[in-house]
Design a protein around this ligand. Structure first.
Ligand code: SAH
Length: 352
């Protein structure tokens, strides 16, 4: 028997097979599925299971329960940022944002990231490992449990590149969407990618109703490759071709992220190029004033409104993303970095 059976990463069908092998009735699968998705913290809590079964599960299975390593609440808008400590000691971040249309969580998909975008705090130090489906799901379950707030929307815009952890992310989506679990509809989920074209094509074939966000950040190869090393392999033209194909296959319009850095990607000429790039496809541009990261020399643009107007003059719809949690390092990766830096200075744990 595999000593690290991860029941929370399993679908109900897989759980049924698992319990069948243990000689248990079929309905055990759904009993356990419900407990796990409600945030049970031990098998002993699962009081409708026979005691000997609970003991067996305790011996043979992992039950992931992330611990709140740090929690920051914004005084400005109530945004909450969690730094979770995982079973193996690694940390990831989750942000809870309150909007009129409901509470949204921003979840991480990896510990660190390999994509190397120069403005991003999550990628400093590279990728440590992928998160399991259960560990991604836990961020939704335990944010809800800790805050007492119901979550209705999910954005996969935390630490990591979700399409670089494709299978686990897809499994997470299936689990969080399940009616007997968190039951969050695909139309309430956004997934953000730096533009891994093979995986975008693969995702298109699945025809999910989620919103795909593509981090574009520049309309030309020179600027984009400077900001995002991933562009050196793919290039803007192939990326846009892939995005067009995604729209044609799924009928879902893409949301383009554009983080604006002073003097780098915020000129009128770049707005014109961006508008040309989006011609003929119903996309939407999200302009994000760059969040300053201590390790990066890039500064936030001062031309966000002008850039927006210029895009609109070409008929491109662009919104400026409202900044939430400005007082709590709410852009992902920053809190984890801080914790790592502190850890390097003071090896003792637990100082918050
Ligand atoms: N790897 C995925 C998702 C994680 S980042 C992606 O690249 O899309 C979520 C969004 O935040 C991306 O658009 C990313 O480029 C952006 N981002 C990262 N660091 C930022 C910063 N310092 N300021 C503004 N946006 C940033």
């Amino acid at each position: 028997m595999n000593p690290v059976t991860d029941l929370k990463s399993m679908t109900p069908e897989e759980l049924e097979r698992y319990f069948k092998e243990l000689g248990q009735p079929k309905f055990r699968a759904m009993q356990v599925f419900r407990w796990l998705h409600r945030g049970a913290e031990s098998f002993d809590e699962m009081t409708n299971l026979p005691k000997d079964l609970r003991e067996r599960l305790r011996a043979e299975c992992v039950l992931t329960v992330p611990k709140v390593e740090r929690k920051q609440v914004s005084k400005l808008d109530g945004t909450v940022k969690y730094l979770w400590r995982l079973g193996d000691g690694n940390c990831v971040e989750t942000v809870l944002m309150r909007y009129k249309h409901g509470n949204t969580v921003c979840v991480s998909s990896q510990v660190g990231c390999n994509m190397g975008c120069v403005f991003c705090a999550s990628t400093l130090g590279g990728k440590v490992r992928d998160l399991t489906p259960a560990e991604i799901l836990d961020q939704v379950i335990f944010t809800e449990k800790d805050s007492g707030e119901e979550i209705s929307n999910i954005v996969m815009m935390g630490i990591g590149e979700p399409l670089d952890n494709f299978d686990h992310v897809l499994r997470f989506l299936e689990l969080v969407n399940h009616p007997e679990g968190r039951n969050i509809g695909m139309r309430h989920i956004s997934l953000s990618t730096c533009g891994l074209v093979k995986q975008i094509d693969k995702l298109a074939q699945l025809g999910l109703q989620l919103t795909l966000s593509v981090s574009l950040h520049a309309p030309d190869d020179e600027t984009r490759s400077r900001l995002m090393p991933v562009n050196r392999a793919v290039g803007v033209d192939l990326l846009m071709e892939t995005c067009r194909r995604y729209f044609e296959t799924t009928g879902r319009r893409i949301s383009y992220e554009y983080a604006m850095a002073d003097g780098v990607n915020d000129s009128d000429e770049q707005a014109d190029r961006l508008a040309r790039l989006l011609k003929g496809q119903p996309g939407h541009v999200n302009l994000i004033p760059l969040n300053e990261v201590a390790e990066s020399p890039l500064k936030p643009s001062r031309r966000v409104r002008q850039f927006q107007k210029r895009l609109e003059s070409h008929g491109v719809t662009a919104t400026v993303r409202r900044k939430l949690g400005g007082d709590i390092d709410a852009s992902c990766g920053q809190l984890r970095r801080k914790r790592i830096a502190e850890g390097e200075q003071t090896p003792e744990e637990g100082s918050t």
